[in-house]
Design a binder for this molecule. Structure first.
Ligand SMILES: Nc1ncnc2c1ncn2[C@@H]1O[C@H](COP(=O)(O)OP(=O)(O)OP(=O)(O)O)[C@@H](O)[C@H]1O
Ligand SMILES: [Mg+2]
Length: 270
């Protein structure tokens, strides 16, 4: 369980990036943080593992007040895959990059081998195991960043802009990985501007703007609210725009599969 109680955060230069954040995320939830550039999504995620501590208010993660815990201890339960994957790299090889955290958490060599092998396979990075992380392509770096976190299997996985630089195949795979991890009981929190990707996942959506939460609801409700999306500088999902245009047929804006919408149009025209 994650609880934000009246959280405010001001960066050292005096910029207030979060204000009046009240939020509860239950175990096993799938949540998307959406909102314009600079809305405060990354700042909020960094509070989950104590990288940032609230300037006022409290963040409680699995019963622990983050102000009284170290990043190292919180990280066992919370893995954050950063927006800029390179921020997570410092090892000479992909293999060592993934095994580093596992060594730190004190896993035995045999277990480490198994977990790193699994993560490399799962993220299709086996061919790069001895390569420098810095020499991977942008999309591969993102996958490595996710492999690092999945290898230690934290209960809460936060993904900051996971689809940036990913091709269609990798995006579909990302959706499968997220669903699978969520079905295994993990809490997943994704920050993303990618409305189509989020529409596919159908999560609870927390919309942020200028450091505040302006809406908290399920995908169908949030992604069909065109004026709200505009306020957060988000492009509506294509199916929502299409069904909006079909209003003259008595169709309401909604998320849906193209086949279903085509059938709806045929039915209405008959
Ligand atoms: N280290 C910092 N010092 C001062 N201000 C910062 C710092 N990091 C971020 N900010 C500011 O805080 C605000 C929130 O930034 P944040 O990175 O949380 O936004 P975001 O919602 O993740 O945006 P994006 O969609 O661009 O990733 C921005 O206005 C940003 O300029
Ligand atoms: Mg961000």
């Amino acid at each position: 369980m994650i609880i934000f109680e009246n959280v405010e955060y001001t960066y050292p230069n005096g910029f207030k990036a979060l204000s009046s954040i009240n939020l509860e995320i239950k175990d096993g939830e799938l949540v998307a943080l959406m909102g314009e550039n600079g809305a405060g999504k990354t700042t909020l995620l960094k509070h989950l593992n104590g990288l940032l501590k609230p300037s006022s208010g409290r963040v409680i993660v699995n019963g622990v007040d983050t102000r009284h815990a170290t990043v190292a201890s919180l990280s066992r339960d919370v893995g954050i895959v950063f927006q800029n994957a390179e921020d997570m790299f410092f090892s000479p090889t992909v293999w060592e990059e993934i095994s580093f955290a596992l060594h730190n958490f004190g896993y035995q060599e045999e277990v480490i081998k198994k977990r790193v092998g699994w993560a490399l396979k799962f993220m299709e990075l086996e061919d790069y195991r001895d390569k420098s992380p810095f020499l991977l392509s942008g999309g591969e770096k993102k996958r490595l960043a996710l492999a690092i976190v999945l290898a230690w299997s934290p209960k809460i996985v936060a993904l900051d802009e996971p689809t940036v630089g990913q091709d269609v195949l990798q995006k579909e795979k990302m959706i499968q990985i997220i669903r699978q991890a969520n079905q295994q009981g993990k809490t997943i929190i994704i920050s993303s501007h990618d409305v189509e990707f989020i529409a596919d996942l159908q999560p609870r959506i927390i919309l942020m703007s200028k450091g505040k939460i302006i809406k908290d609801g399920y995908a169908e409700e949030v992604l069909t609210d065109l004026s709200l999306l505009k306020e957060c500088r988000l492009i509506p999902p294509q199916m929502v725009s299409l069904t909006y245009e079909l209003g003259f047929l008595g169709i309401k804006p909604h998320l849906g599969q193209p086949e279903d919408i085509a059938l709806e149009i045929i039915r209405r025209l008959r």
